[in-house]
Design a protein around this ligand. Structure first.
Ligand code: AP5
Ligand code: MG
Length: 235
């Protein structure tokens, strides 16, 4: 029987070449955009084509919260409030992750970097070939976030209306019935997260535009069309 999740209460409207810890051909991609833009959705769809593993700082932080590590306890206060977790915590997580075997040819960052200090740190860790900005108007975001659910087994992302599972309560990818809502997916937190995006993250667009590696994709379309356009940019 499918796990039932709680009903939602949602009514609000150039390559920077620096030293790499691995091989010299290591080149990463950044998926950039506001909360709910579809970064996670698209990362899962282009992973096979790019051959790069998805590295989501949000997923890493949620795993740390679940495991009750010191990082998780520290991060939870910020995540619950819809604020960015401090840069030193995030940069330490990424430095560790990038040392893993599957990252030796680069990774696909999802939700990192989100501040200028994070982007500076990234430039000293790995080369970035493309920053893909998935652009979605603010007024679409609340509906997307409040209808989201994810698979607890394989992290596939779904939506009550826009992208439901084929069989109610069963993950399309792994058949798990462990479908969950995220703790920070509520209307109040979404507004704080959007505020943090506009104040602290969106200024990074200019930074990457000046390097000639920033690609804007209209994210307010069908999921398949967005995937097609991202793959065209990465070709
Ligand atoms: P994180 O987990 O990264 O959350 P986020 O950036 O807020 O982004 P989301 O995961 O909410 O959205 P998404 O773009 O992945 O969209 P999705 O594909 O799921 O971060 C959570 C928190 O951790 C932060 O608030 C912060 O506290 C902390 N944190 C994380 N990284 C940090 C960092 N680097 N620095 C500091 N703090 C950090 O899609 C959303 C929904 O829309 C889904 O239901 C999906 O099915 C649906 N959907 C997707 N595409 C479409 C489409 N084209 N049309 C209709 N519906 C769609
Ligand atoms: Mg995500």
């Amino acid at each position: 029987m499918a796990t039932l999740w709680p009903p939602m209460a949602c009514s609000a409207k150039p390559t920077v070449k620096k030293e790499s810890p691995h091989a010299t051909n290591m080149e990463s991609i950044v998926l950039f955009g506001p909360p709910g833009a579809g970064k996670g959705t698209q990362a899962q769809r282009i992973m096979d084509s790019t051959g790069l593993p998805q590295v989501s700082t949000g997923d890493m932080l949620r795993a740390a919260v679940l495991a009750g590590t010191n990082t998780g306890v520290e991060a939870k206060k910020y995540m619950d409030a819809g604020k960015l977790v401090p840069d030193d915590v995030i940069i330490a997580l990424i430095k560790d992750r990038i040392q893993e075997d599957d990252a030796k040819n680069g990774v696909m960052f999802d939700g990192f970097p989100r501040t200028i200090p994070q982007a500076d740190a990234l430039a000293s860790i790995t080369a970035v070939s493309h920053v893909i900005a998935i652009e979605v108007p603010d007024e679409r975001i609340v509906d997307r976030i409040c209808g989201r659910y994810t698979c607890g087994e394989c992290s596939s992302v779904y939506h009550d209306t826009f992208n439901p599972t084929s069989t109610l309560g069963v993950c399309n990818s792994c058949d798990s019935t462990d479908l969950k809502r995220r703790a920070d997916d509520n209307a109040d937190t979404v507004l704080s997260r959007l505020g943090a995006y506009h104040e602290q993250t969106s200024p990074l667009a200019k930074w990457y535009e000046s390097k000639g590696i920033f690609h804007r994709i209209d994210g307010d379309r069908a999921i398949d069309d967005i995937t097609t356009d991202i793959l065209l940019v990465l070709r």
